[in-house]
Design a protein around this ligand. Sequence first.
Ligand SMILES: [Zn+2]
Ligand SMILES: [Zn+2]
Ligand SMILES: [Zn+2]
Length: 390
Amino acid sequence: MATSTRTVRATCLCAAAAHDISLPAFAFPLQGIFCHCDSDRHSTGCMSLGIAVLPPEYELPSAWISKLQSTVFSQRLKHYFCPICGTMMLVHLAHDNGESGGGAHWDVCTGALEQLDGVVEFDCHELLSDTRDGGFSDFLQRVDGKTIARWAGEPGGEQLPQYWRSAPLSSTTAKTPTSSSASREERLHAYCRCRGVEFWISRPNSQSTQGITSPWPDVLHPYHSPSTPDDDENPTWWLRANNTKYLAGTCACDSCRLATGQEHITWAFVPTPNISLDAAGSVPFSRTFGTLRSYRSSEGVTRHFCGSCGATVFWDGDERPLLVDVAVGVLDAREGSRAEGWLEWWTGRLSFREDALGRARGLTEGVEEGMGAFGRHLAGAGRGGERDEG
Ligand SMILES: [Zn+2]
Ligand SMILES: [Zn+2]
Ligand SMILES: [Zn+2]
């Protein structure tokens, strides 16, 4: 009897590298893994690399590979992304150094898949110790009621508890900025994995609001909501914590998903006057530097990625030229991957959740549940160490 096959479509944002993956029906659901290592964060711009493992027998057609740009990640690993729009689509892993015939297999980046429910089952977060603060794993503890394992390193080793940190936040972040020149000049380094794109972010200052206007982001006020927000309510919504931090949030829209090849992207809203192209802060932000490449993803929206390693770097809307979204995965904050000394996380809404529900309901609801619990956990910690982990 012939083996029945099932086909799932993978596509990039511009669709030039779309491809149908056909596998034996029994191969589904594919195992899904979120890797949180530093290199994966800096190579995606996201807070982890989410992949589904393809069977080792699967032979990837050369017609698909020829549409993608490869980048050597390590001796055993290569990443493949669309050179036009930047979507990270595939990972190739040699099981040894690739010379002694030890085998190899492909992973597909799950955000590129048209369907997730019934196709991929995520079972773990790995290499969490790199994050120093648990990163995005604290936003995703369960999918469809099933607990996602939290490996410190490779699967099978030590697991880290929920809300783990390598050190207390207070010992790793700067104090609230004062008028001293030292803290004013402190800068957060940001770079893609290959460092073809790098820049620095300064603390919020008087330039962070001067002449800057912006509509509300979907993460604070749903774009499709019938009620219009009152713009006078908080016209500088991108600044938080008494104007000492930038707002950060998580987006699940189809466009972000396809641009990154990842399920979710986390964005920090940063005024361009606070971005410099050198550590001293003397070279101002521009939209053309290093290996930055751009793709016009819709009318009024440009997405910028590294043309060399594929990392997503900025979301850039024409309607707010002085305020860009910075991909949090490229940040290198000493306190950890959530950069909580610089960012205040909005946990009240998963932006554009409506886009994700039809394709990935279990994961979407899992992230919403995790973000809500994380928000309550932070609020509890703020009340003097009480814990509310429900
Ligand atoms: Zn593309
Ligand atoms: Zn790069
Ligand atoms: Zn989005």
